[in-house]
Write a protein of this length. Structure first.
Length: 66
């Protein structure tokens, strides 16, 4: 199971080719933590950007790390 960090997802969302290339080589969709979702939402400028994050289903499961 892969658990992605915010930095990787930001690079993918911004179209950074090395991150996209790496992401496409994964054998399964990764998981992300709830904290990553919170960080991504914090950087949104409006509701439209928040909706865009949730439309992009680039994770398999949402996990809360303890």
């Amino acid at each position: 199971m892969y658990v992605l960090d915010t930095d990787i997802l930001i690079d993918v969302l911004r179209g950074y080719q090395p991150a996209i290339t790496w992401f496409t080589t994964l054998s399964e969709l990764p998981s992300i933590s709830g904290f990553v979702v919170k960080e991504l939402i914090q950087n949104c400028q409006n509701k439209q950007e928040v909706n865009q994050i949730f439309k992009l289903k680039f994770w398999k499961t949402l996990v809360w790390l303890s």
